[in-house]
Write a protein that binds this ligand. Structure first.
Ligand code: 5CU
Length: 365
């Protein structure tokens, strides 16, 4: 059966103008700058903690209009036959922002993004930015305000929450507001793992270790802490979309569940019986993007959460081709090919993952 659903990209970032101005005004991570000792490298974006210490080609990454110009997003969508994108501010969001300024900056960025979406009717929707460094009251206020902006369908957050991770009791009013306003939480990594785990030769391998392994493990740890602390027991209607197919959660869910069942500390604290299982949470509260670049990872995601909870994404503007900027992006084709491979012979499911699920869940169009 042919599925006529539009193709929707739920994992696609932008740094709107207000954010770019802030990055250009800074000298500490995150910042954007042309380095005097390497001007031919052009303007560089330095966002990851490990990037600042690096030298030459590993120091930041080249940044151009594809990171901040809306027309570049539309061109990319057209080139890759993407009908609708749900754009989100890229990491590290406002995690670093001074508490006294974060609420104002979040408002400015969300208003910027609302305007961007309005200029492309039917093509762009968004996940909002939250002023997490300003504390729970400011965050709840922005969550409520987002419901008055017509293109927002949820929020993007990093793994640090208010600074103490996603098992922090101080997040409860935020989970409550997100649940009651029915906004999807797009959980995305940024911090990776401590640099020491990558060893002395990590810089020889560019960004591979932090991005390929640090990011997914960071997401896995963050969501597991949320689950262990009972967030989904207390907020049973809260819905989250996990970046990169949940990091490694689909693959490790069985092991986590088994460790819980065999943990004497949890037993003594009476925290084992009555809790919801990870499998139940995965199939009820968790959506996974299909940004995992291979069929094995995607099959684990389907087995864990179900084909009706999986949504295509690209991670644009990250992972552009290294050589031919005009070509279709290998990173995008790899994800598309994985979806086609896993749903070979099931056109309905392929179409749902490529866009139908996002249209239904995010009320697009
Ligand atoms: O290449 C990278 O560093 C990144 C990043 O920072 N954020 C993201 O979403 N994808 C890739």
């Amino acid at each position: 059966m042919i599925n006529m659903a539009p193709v929707v990209d739920v994992h696609t970032h932008i740094y709107p103008p207000a954010y770019v101005s802030l990055l250009r005004s800074r000298n500490a991570v995150p910042y954007m700058r042309t380095f005097a000792d390497n001007p031919s490298a052009g303007e560089r974006l330095v966002i990851l903690p490990s990037e600042d210490a690096a030298t030459s080609t590993a120091r930041g990454r080249p940044i151009g209009p594809e990171y901040y110009e809306e027309e570049e997003k539309i061109k990319f969508m057209d080139k890759h036959h993407i009908d609708i994108s749900v754009i989100s501010l890229a990491n590290p969001w406002l995690d670093w922002c001074d508490a006294s300024e974060a609420a104002h900056v979040a408002t400015q960025i969300n208003d910027d993004v609302e305007q961007v979406c309005s200029r492309h009717p039917g093509r762009l929707y968004a996940f909002g930015t939250l002023p997490l460094s300003a504390g729970a009251d400011a965050v709840v206020a922005e969550i409520k305000r987002l419901t008055t902006l017509s293109h927002f369908r949820g929020v993007i957050i990093g793994t640090s929450g208010l600074g103490n991770g996603l098992d922090d009791p101080a997040l409860e009013p935020i989970w409550s507001a997100l649940q009651s306003t029915k906004q999807l939480v797009f959980l995305h990594p940024h911090y990776g793992l401590p640099a020491s785990v990558y060893g002395d030769r990590a810089a020889d391998y560019g960004h591979v270790l932090p991005l390929a392994l640090g990011f997914p493990l960071e997401t896995t740890i963050a969501i597991t802490r949320a689950i262990l602390s009972g967030v989904f027991d207390r907020f049973s209607d809260l819905q989250m979309l996990l970046a990169h197919s949940g990091g490694t959660l689909p693959f490790l869910a069985g092991r986590i569940e088994s460790c819980i069942a065999h943990d004497n500390h949890l037993k003594q604290a009476n925290k084992i019986s009555g809790r919801r299982s990870i499998w139940d949470i995965l199939s009820t509260n968790i959506y996974l993007d299909a940004v995992v670049y291979g069929e094995a990872g995607l099959k684990a995601a389907v087995l864990a959460s179900g084909k009706d909870r999986l949504m295509f994404g690209t991670d644009h503007p990250f992972f552009p081709p290294l050589d031919d900027g005009e070509a279709e992006w290998v990173s995008v084709k790899t994800n598309e090919r994985a979806v086609s491979g896993v749903f070979d012979g099931d056109g309905q499911a392929r179409g749902d993952v490529m866009g139908g699920n996002a249209v239904r869940v995010l009320r697009l169009g």
